[in-house]
Design a protein around this ligand. Structure first.
Ligand code: NCD
Ligand code: ZN
Length: 349
């Protein structure tokens, strides 16, 4: 087995960059490794209109390191008042890549999400017409549904009816966490794809409570039982073009994670590529790594594949990648599994 592999530069199909000091602190990390990323719109307040989106894109571009070729792929936060005309306009100019659907209250900063799905019919029609993908946070927000069942129930109650009503709509089920999610996507037609995060390939729900409660393993959708982790590893490493990498790197300052009611989100940008490589090696699927990180995403989004390459080497990474990131007055951001050794590193990017 080779100790060095070269792959086409990856893209991140699900990334939270935040704003202000946090944006400035985390953006250079993703920009050094990934060519493009789908930028999540769950700011406070959310990115709701094309004008909000353009302003946010300018702030991202202004925070990019000198000479960086990183391209933010912008999204809108779908609300019950989103104007269908904006979809058409954003698609025409090419500045709008996708819309993100959060069921109201399902996750961090999702209060402005959708409560009544009948109110977004016009927007979904415009998206179907213009071929703008709908990115779904696939969890129901019903407090009576057990947190570990919310993804499976979402598929049944929301996603399947929605796809039946809009058969031409292109949908990405973001950060799938279950066997049900993986099978549903696998069996669907080519209009449905899914992103998978590194953490859901690595931890299961027991890890969240191993030796005590571990707030830095808390994200939504929450990690599930081991059989689900295994199903996700199988899906990611299968080479099936419906599955691609979306890190869901979601930085929060330490004091918002380590407290009585810690918020959901795992910051993994610095360690994603070593981890994913390690997973593919463990699964005997290093030959499928490039498909997952660099080919399947552009194919679904109908974008060109990146031209340059990165090198991964079987060696312990520089310890600096595990260091907490200083996000200004908001505090430090802890890196996913910073205390765990890794045996692959990005040696040229
Ligand atoms: C994300 C965040 O912090 O914005 N949190 C998370 O646990 N994944 C929101 C999201 O993608 O659900
Ligand atoms: Zn996310």
């Amino acid at each position: 087995m080779s100790d060095q592999i070269e792959i086409i530069r990856p893209d991140d199909w699900h990334l939270h960059l935040r704003d202000g000091d946090m944006l400035k602190a985390v953006l250079p990390i993703s920009a050094a490794l990934f060519a493009r990323a789908i930028i999540m719109p769950n700011l406070v307040p959310p990115v709701r209109t094309l004008d909000d989106m353009r302003a946010y894109r300018s702030r991202i571009e202004a925070a990019l390191p000198e000479g960086s070729a990183f391209k933010p792929l912008m999204t809108l936060y779908l609300t019950e008042t989103t104007d269908p005309a904006e979809i058409t306009k954003g698609a025409e100019t090419g500045e709008l890549t996708a819309l993100k659907l959060y069921p109201a209250g399902a996750t961090t900063n999702s209060d402005a999400g959708v409560k009544d799905f009948t109110r977004i019919t016009g927007v979904l029609e415009a998206m179907q017409e213009a071929s703008v993908p709908l990115l779904v946070h696939g969890e129901v927000n019903d407090p009576d549904v057990d947190i570990f069942d919310r993804e499976a129930v979402f598929i049944e109650r929301v996603l399947e009816p929605l796809r039946r009503d809009f058969p031409g709509l292109r949908v990405v089920m973001e950060h799938i966490t279950t066997q049900e999610g993986a099978s549903y996507v696998n069996e669907a037609n080519e209009n449905l794809a899914a992103t998978i995060t590194p953490q859901h390939l690595i931890i299961n729900r027991t890890d969240i409570f191993r030796g005590g409660i571990r707030p830095h393993f808390f994200c939504l959708p929450i990690a599930k039982r081991e059989n689900h982790r295994q199903a996700l590893r199988k899906a990611a490493t299968s080479g099936n073009p419906k599955f691609f990498l979306g890190t869901d790197s979601a930085p929060h300052p330490l004091n918002a994670k380590e407290c009585a009611c810690g918020c959901a989100g795992i910051f993994n940008a610095p360690v994603t590529l070593p981890y994913v490589t390690q997973v593919f090696e463990e699964e005997g699927a290093l030959d499928k790594l490039e498909a997952f990180t660099s080919l399947n995403g552009p194919a679904f989004y109908r974008l060109p594949v990146n031209e340059d390459r990165i090198t991964l080497t079987r060696t312990a990474p520089d310890p600096s990648i595990f260091a907490s990131v200083d996000a200004g007055p908001g505090g430090q951001v802890v890196v996913f599994r910073a205390d765990t050794p890794l045996n692959w590193s990005v040696t040229s990017a």
